[in-house]
Design a protein around this ligand. Structure first.
Ligand code: DAH
Length: 431
C-alpha cells in the first residue's frame, strides 16, 4: 500500500508530537453538567426551526441525553462545529459489521481468552468529559500543546470532547476497576489528509497488579509490569496480524514511565500501532491504589483497521454507501476491501496573506464546514514572507468523493464558499 500510514492519527502525547503541536458508568450524568437542559429541548421543537441543519438534535449516549445546545454554542469559549456534533453518538465501534467493530471484537476476544474474562469492557462512556478528566487526572502539564483550543474541542472552559480514551483511567480506578478496556470515539482538531479525521476511535487498556503478583518473581514492580505489558501486547499484535516483525521504541507520555511505542513491520514500513507504559505512581496513588503498580496502553482503531482491511482513506469508515458497508461482516477480521471505483480528485489552490492568529487547523475546520467529507486533503504548497514582513500561504485543496464523480460546478461552488468563509472567519486576505 502506498499510503504513509505511519502518520495515521499519531499519538498526541508522545515526545515527537509534543514538538509538532500534537463511568463513570452511570455517573455519565456527572460528565455533563448541563444534562438537565436536555429534557427541555425536544427533537420536534428543533426540527420546526427551518434554519437548523438537519442533524439529530437529541442523542442518547450511554443513557445520557445530549442536545445540540449542550455541545455547540455561539460563544468564544466553544469551538465545536455542527459537523462534529453530528458525529456524536454514532459509535462506529459498536457496530459488529463495521471494520472498527470487528476489530474491537477481535481485541476483546484476545483479552477474554488470555485473561479468562477478567477485563471489564466499556464502549459506551460519554465522550463529553471535564478538562480535569481529559488532562489533569492523567498528569498532562498545564502548558502542554494538547490543551490548546487549536488542538482540542472545548464545549466550555471546563468541558471538552475527550481527545483520548485515557480520560477514563482515573474515574474507572476510583470506581474500583483494576482490569479494563475502554473503547470510544475521540476528537481532535487536526489537518486534513487520507489518514486524519477529527473524530477517530481508540481503545485504552489498563491492568493493576498487587504485590503478591510481582514479589515472587524477584523483579522490581516496574520492571515486572513493563515485561508483562510487552508480552501482552506482542501477543495481541500476533493475534491481529499473524507472525509479524515488531519492535519497541522508547518514548514519552505524561501518564507513564517508562513509556513505549510498539511498531510492526507491515508492507515494507515500520508502523506505530500503539502507545503504552507503566502508569505513573501518582495516578495510582490519587485513585485508591497507593501500593500497586499498573500498565496502560492506548491504540488507534482506524490505523490498525486501515492496514488489516486495506482501507485507503479514513473517510470511508463514515460511509453508509452499501458498496462499502456490504464488504464487511461480523467476526471477519482482515477481509480485504475492494475499492468500488476511484473517482478523480479535483485540486483547487487558494493563496492568502495570513495574520498572527492563523492556524492550519482553523483553515481545515472551515474547509470541512463547507465541503464535509468531500475534502480529501488540504496541503500547504507555498509559504513566503515579503519585505514588509507579510506572510503568504498557498493551500492546495483536493476534493474527491468516495462515492461518485463531482461536477465542476459543484466544486467551484464549494471553493467559493471556502474562500468567503476563510476571509470572514479567519480574517485572511485573499490574493
Ligand atoms: N492517550 C495516548 C494518546 O492518545 C495513548 C496512550 C499512550 C494511552 C500510552 C495510554 C498509554 O494508556 O499508557 O496519544
Amino acid at each position: 500500500m502506498a499510503m504513509a500510514l505511519s502518520s495515521v492519527q499519531a499519538t498526541l502525547f508522545s515526545g515527537a508530537s509534543l514538538l509538532r503541536r500534537s463511568d463513570t458508568l452511570r455517573s455519565f450524568t456527572l460528565c455533563i453538567p448541563f444534562s438537565s437542559m436536555a429534557s427541555s429541548v425536544s427533537t420536534d421543537n428543533l426540527s420546526r426551526k427551518k434554519w437548523r441543519r438537519p442533524v439529530v438534535s437529541v442523542l442518547d449516549v450511554g443513557g445520557v441525553k445530549i442536545s445540540r445546545e449542550d455541545v455547540v454554542r455561539d460563544d468564544p469559549t466553544n469551538n465545536v462545529p455542527d459537523t462534529i456534533f453530528s458525529k456524536l453518538g454514532l459509535q462506529l465501534h459498536r457496530r459488529d459489521q463495521h471494520p472498527l467493530g470487528i476489530l474491537k471484537n477481535a481485541i476483546y476476544e484476545y483479552f477474554d481468552s488470555n485473561y479468562s474474562n477478567k477485563f471489564n469492557k466499556f464502549d459506551d462512556l460519554c465522550p463529553i468529559v471535564s478538562v480535569k478528566e481529559n488532562f489533569d487526572d492523567v498528569l498532562v502539564p498545564e502548558d502542554h500543546v494538547s490543551r490548546s483550543y487549536n488542538d482540542t474541542y472545548y464545549i466550555d472552559p471546563q468541558t471538552v470532547l475527550r481527545c483520548h480514551t485515557s480520560a477514563h483511567q482515573a474515574g474507572l480506578l476510583r470506581s474500583g476497576y483494576t482490569h479494563f478496556l475502554v473503547t470510544g470515539d475521540v476528537y481532535r482538531r487536526d489537518s486534513i489528509d487520507s489518514t486524519h479525521y477529527p473524530v477517530f476511535h481508540q481503545m485504552e487498556g489498563f491492568r493493576v497488579f498487587v504485590p503478591d503478583e510481582w514479589e515472587p518473581s524477584g523483579m522490581d514492580a516496574t520492571s515486572y509490569a513493563a515485561a508483562d505489558l510487552k508480552k501482552c501486547l506482542e501477543g495481541l499484535a500476533r493475534h491481529l496480524f499473524g507472525a509479524v516483525e515488531m519492535r519497541w521504541v522508547d518514548t514519552y507520555f505524561p501518564f507513564t514511565n517508562p513509556s513505549f511505542e510498539l511498531e510492526i513491520y507491515f508492507n515494507e514500513e515500520w508502523l506505530e500501532v500503539l502507545g503504552c507504559g507503566v502508569t505513573e505512581q501518582e495516578i495510582l496513588k490519587r485513585n485508591g491504589h497507593p501500593n500497586n503498580v499498573a500498565w496502560a496502553f492506548g491504540l488507534g482503531l482506524e490505523r490498525l483497521a486501515m492496514v488489516l482491511f486495506d482501507i485507503p482513506d479514513i473517510r470511508l469508515f463514515w460511509s453508509s454507501d452499501e458498496r462499502f458497508t456490504s464488504q464487511f461482516s461480523k467476526g471477519q477480521l482482515g477481509v480485504k476491501f475492494k475499492p468500488f471505483s476511484k473517482y478523480p480528485p479535483c485540486y483547487k489552490d487558494m493563496s492568502f496573506w495570513i495574520n498572527e492568529s492563523f492556524t492550519e487547523n482553523n483553515l481545515c475546520e472551515v474547509v470541512r464546514s463547507v465541503a464535509g467529507d468531500l475534502v480529501e486533503e488540504v496541503k500547504l504548497i507555498d509559504n513566503f514572507t515579503n519585505k514588509k514582513g507579510m506572510t503568504s500561504h498557498c493551500y492546495r485543496i483536493a476534493y474527491r468523493s468516495m462515492e461518485r464523480s463531482l461536477t465542476d460546478d459543484e466544486i467551484n461552488d464549494l471553493q467559493w464558499k471556502v474562500r468567503e468563509l476563510a476571509e470572514s472567519k479567519l480574517k485572511v486576505t485573499l490574493r
